[in-house]
Design a protein around this ligand. Structure first.
Ligand code: GUN
Length: 297
């Protein structure tokens, strides 16, 4: 079987078009959704993500307040900026780009964000609400995976989803979203990680296999059941002298071999990546609607 490729760029563009129309309607009511973005340091991948976020805000008509702070910024300075954004009524969502420099306490920063502006969904209040099935901001990458599955017509209910990776950003929240007793959940979920014995045994059971390990070639063709849906969350830079930048992006899945076995597969780039920023915009618009008392969800 050769897999159908899930076009994350197209799905993201469809959702962004819906959001753009929604932002225009909100503007007509005098409501302008706003996103505060904080980047500390010059990590090239983070700079590129943050640039994408600013560009997408502009494209959708979302106000953005962007702060690029030097690597040596103190924890106190960063905490003061977060506090200022918490108090700023123009800002509905706050995003502190991770990873932060080593001298900073990431948890202290994330926990200082007002949960009502936690569009990344990383605050314990957001995580806790999501786990118990209350309305919450869902973190962007797992939420993007969920939308890719739904919009690609994949049946989640009753499926066995195997997630490789247990990060706070992807694996743990995705597992929790998929076991929820609701129409976009009801899956049976296995979470594998670096201490899992016989990873291939588990991955071969998957109807839906999600790779979020952060290592190229974690998933090879022999680890995939015929006809499985394969979602690759990995973004890895590998050296490539034939490219201008000297590297290319690959996921965690051996794409060329696995696409001959899967029924549906996401590429890297162009799969999950474009969905992450889109879901951030979705959460920012949702936050603006909640603040205005007009959110349905
Ligand atoms: N770094 C990598 N992914 C993310 C994300 O989804 N949010 C933030 N804030 N930082 C990240």
């Amino acid at each position: 079987m050769t897999a159908r490729i899930i076009d994350g760029k197209q799905v993201a563009a469809d959702i962004r078009a819906e959001l753009k129309a929604e932002v225009a309607k909100l503007k007509a009511k005098g409501i302008v959704p706003g996103l505060g973005v904080i980047l500390v340091g010059d990590d090239p991948a983070s700079v590129s993500y943050v640039t994408g976020k600013e560009r997408t805000c502009a494209e959708l008509g979302i106000y953005s307040d962007h702060h690029h702070l030097p690597e040596g910024t103190s924890q106190d300075e960063l905490m003061r900026l977060v506090a200022r954004m918490n108090a700023d009524p123009r800002i509905n969502g706050i995003l502190v780009q991770l990873p932060l420099p080593r001298h900073m306490n990431e948890s202290e920063v994330l926990f200082a964000i007002d949960p009502e502006k936690d569009v990344d969904g990383f605050h314990p209040v957001s995580v806790g609400k999501m786990v118990v099935g209350e309305k919450a901001f869902l973190s962007c990458t797992p939420h993007g995976v969920l939308h890719l599955l739904i919009r690609s017509g994949v049946k989640i209910e009753g499926s066995h989803v195997v997630i490789v990776g247990r990060s706070n950003i992807v694996g743990k929240p995705l597992a929790n979203m998929l076991i929820q007793k609701n129409p976009t959940g009801n899956a049976t979920v296995t979470v594998c990680h670096t201490r899992t014995k016989d990873l291939a045994y588990h991955t071969r059971q998957a109807d839906i296999l999600v790779a979020a390990a952060g290592r190229p070639n974690t998933i090879t063709a022999d680890m995939v059941k015929d006809g499985a849906v394969v979602i690759d969350v990995g973004v890895n830079r590998v050296e490539d002298a034939s490219r201008k930048q000297g590297y290319r992006l690959v996921g965690d899945v051996d794409f060329e071999a696995v696409k001959e076995k899967a029924s549906l597969i996401t590429p890297v780039p162009g799969g999950v990546g474009p969905m992450t920023i889109t879901m951030l915009m979705y959460n920012t618009v949702l936050s603006a609607k909640r603040t205005a008392g007009i959110a349905a969800d």
